[in-house]
Design a protein around this ligand. Sequence first.
Ligand code: NAI
Length: 334
Amino acid sequence: MRVAVFSTRPYDRLFLSRANATGRHQLEFHESCLDADSAGAAEGALAVCAFVNDHLDAKVLQRLHAGGVRVLALRSAGFNHVDLEAAAALGIVVGRVPEYSPYAVAEHTVALLLALNRHLHRAYARVREGNFALEGLLGFDLHGRTIGVVGTGKIGECVARIMAGFGCQLLGFDPHPNPACVALGMRYVDLSEMLATSDVITLHCPLTPHTRHLIDADALARMKPRAMLLNTSRGAVIDTPAVIAALKSGRLGSLGLDVYEEEGDLFFRDLSGEVLRDDVFARLLTFPNVFITGHQAFFTEDALTAIAETTLANIDAFEDRGEVLHPVSIERVV
Ligand code: NAI
């Protein structure tokens, strides 16, 4: 099948080509992001393969459909960037990679937590400068501290397992409690109790209309003073200007981010020689207690292999039976 693959970097081409070693599919790699301007590049392809910052609104989907596209294979677990109603109306089947390596994202989340707590980003720079002073590097023992996990699905469960190993108390907030987390000793609470009692809150829910700006000014005001907030889910789960205000006032102790609401204009490319035009992001970079990575939590060999294999398995299944292995449907947006 002819497949137009958007937002590709050399590592995407490497892992997708490996997964397509039999040459079953004709993969056409496009570096550009998929949007109304670039959608024409998919003309004649039956399948489109897209990533997290591609624009898949009704207009783009209509263009793709007019050009012959019938299946959309997302190289991601998240599907908040797709207008599923428009896709359904056009009869475009949407598939995703529901699970590729929850360990990759969970381990990166814990890396952010540890780096922030022990100020490793500052310590690294200091030692290289010959500055061995410890002032400003004070952390806290994780043992006995309370970790609030928002969204206890596959990734949230992995985080809970790791943090249980550190000897932390586990709180969960999720409309669908996970028995594996309960078995770890997690106590499910409402969001208010989690905000008020957690030393660290880590977000692992999908971005939906219910979770957009879940962490807003009101939620931040209800958090334990000086708590740590981690977001490796989707940028818009937090209200970034509200978080900046909480950092400025000292109410929020530290912030670890792998995702950002406006990351589509920034992440996955080298902009080091350009002027940073996003003032909100620029402000975030000024805080010593903020650690940001550019949506790299998924970026392990194991995860990229699994993403490529599942993406092509979705396309294989569509070619064989007219349906993908891991469909996304409107009902999933709860
Ligand atoms: P999952 O579907 O296994 O778990 C999500 C959990 O969130 C479910 O248990 C669900 O019940 C819960 N949830 C849904 N609505 C909620 C709400 N309103 N409040 C609290 N919990 C709610 O998904 P998985 O695989 O654990 O991934 C979670 C998210 O992580 C994805 O949706 C994606 O946005 C993000 N992600 C980020 C990556 C990165 O590289 N930074 C890579 C992969 C995923």
